[in-house]
Write a protein that binds this ligand. Structure first.
Ligand SMILES: [Mn+2]
Length: 428
């Protein structure tokens, strides 16, 4: 990674939180991610599996973490298996981390070779009640996890067919939902790099430019700032491209009079930012665009003010839906009478705002979240109201990253211009 590593104390803390939530006699197994083949002899850039990173701070492939906190012998309670690179791999890809570096970064002191896996499984299992790992249901959402996790899981199961197994995400999701201060600091950095990229991007937007030219400014600023890159495929969507929620091709041409929707975010040290802005290609909103943009901005502010400890995301979604209904009527999209007649009641707004207002952000841009758990301090969430109008060939989305505090939220993107007037000033 380009970023400086976080201190091992964070990962020691994360493991101890997980251990505290385990039933007696449990074993946890987590594999590092694997490089995914692209085509021929090339691979996609390596990205660590987030659960493994959360528990170890290690960013390379070829590890398996075992936690067995109730094991009678201390040297089996926390073990990391490490695959030594072959002679050929050393020549092509370098030596990798030394054992001393692995210990320093992760705080795990018992490091063994991958060839000791069967012996270790034999040692851990007799004491085990339940084995927690990323089972296929979770692995499906995490490309690259499946193969190695499956292999270890099957080794356990073939030695001990009656073993209970459970999804690690049941335990890790509630933990990953609340960020430690070190994690919030990384997300802050990612947000500030994202803000710089937004300002750079504004400088190249003009009638006739291509969506990918704007994308190029963004990635240049990310790399220049030492970020890992994009936290997700960036969306540069001009005109009606904005109606496709995940428009990623970014080859369109920005036309005079159109709006450009930008949804992008840097990844710093494994942590994501997620920002959306919608700006006029010509540098000036039309009266109609301005009215629509102001409506989204106002709902952003009101939704942000509704986000505080104790709130459930599903309730928030309904409250924001009601705010949208008022705004839609004001904007002439439907009448009060039509709203009164709608079937089912309270659903008309979804035609113009069909996605969630908020998702959790952390190591993943859509971080694991249990919607049955109310907001609490330390959670980091997006706030992203939007309006999509196929009839008018445009979509407007505004999105910031918020940190839930004791009393409300802190806007981690407060420094990135959102106001229509301010955006026009910057584009002059
Ligand atoms: Mn988002």
């Amino acid at each position: 990674m380009r970023s400086d590593p976080l201190p091992a104390s964070l990962f020691i803390k994360n493991r101890s939180k997980l251990i505290a939530s385990l039933e007696p006699g449990s074993v946890v197994v987590v594999c590092s991610g694997e490089r995914v083949r692209r085509s021929g002899d090339q691979h996609y850039p390596f990205r660590q599996q987030s659960d493994f990173f959360y528990l170890t701070g290690l960013h390379t492939e070829g590890y398996v973490l075992f936690l067995a906190p109730d094991h009678p012998r201390e040297e089996f309670r926390e073990v990391l298996l490490m695959r030594e690179p072959s002679g050929k791999e050393r020549i092509w890809s370098g030596p990798g981390l030394s054992v001393a570096e692995v210990i320093h970064r992760s705080g795990i002191t018992h490091i063994r070779g991958m060839d000791e896996m069967d012996e270790l499984i034999g040692e851990l299992l007799p004491a085990s009640g339940t084995i927690y790992c990323n089972l296929p249901e979770d692995a499906g959402q995490q490309p690259g996890v499946r193969s190695s996790e499956w292999e270890v899981y099957h080794r356990f199961k073939s030695s001990y067919p009656h073993l209970n197994s459970a999804r690690l995400s049941l335990l890790l999701t509630p933990l990953r939902m609340v960020k430690e201060p070190e994690e919030v600091a990384q997300i802050r950095k990612a947000c500030s790099v994202t803000g710089r990229a937004f300002r750079k991007a504004l400088s190249v937007i003009r009638p006739g430019c291509r969506e990918f030219e704007v994308e190029a400014e963004i990635i240049a600023e990310f790399i220049r700032s030492g970020a890992e890159g994009h936290a997700f495929d960036p969306i540069l969507a001009c005109g009606e491209h904005a109606l496709v929620l995940h428009h990623n091709e970014n080859r369109g041409r920005c036309s005079e009079g159109d709006l450009l929707l930008m949804d992008f975010g840097a990844e710093v040290g494994g942590y994501a930012a997620d920002c959306s802005r919608t700006v006029p290609v010509s540098g000036r909103f039309t009266a109609r665009q301005r009215a629509l943009h102001d409506a989204v901005h106002e709902i952003f502010t009101r939704a942000r003010d509704l986000m505080k400890p104790g709130v459930l995301l599903d309730d928030l979604q309904q409250q924001v839906g009601a705010l949208w209904q008022e705004a839609h009527i004001r904007l002439g999209l439907y009448t009060l009478e039509e709203a009164a007649r709608q079937d089912p009641p309270g659903s008309l707004w979804k035609k113009y705002f069909m996605h969630g207002l908020s998702h959790s952000i952390g190591l993943d841009v859509h971080d694991p979240f249990d919607r049955n758990i109310p907001l609490r301090p330390g959670m980091v969430l997006s706030c992203e109201p939007a309006i999509y109008l196929p009839e008018e060939g445009l979509g407007i989305r505004l999105e910031n990253v918020l940190l839930v505090t004791e009393t409300g939220t802190e806007d981690l993107m407060a420094g990135i211009p959102m106001d229509a007037e301010e955006v026009e000033q910057l584009m002059k």
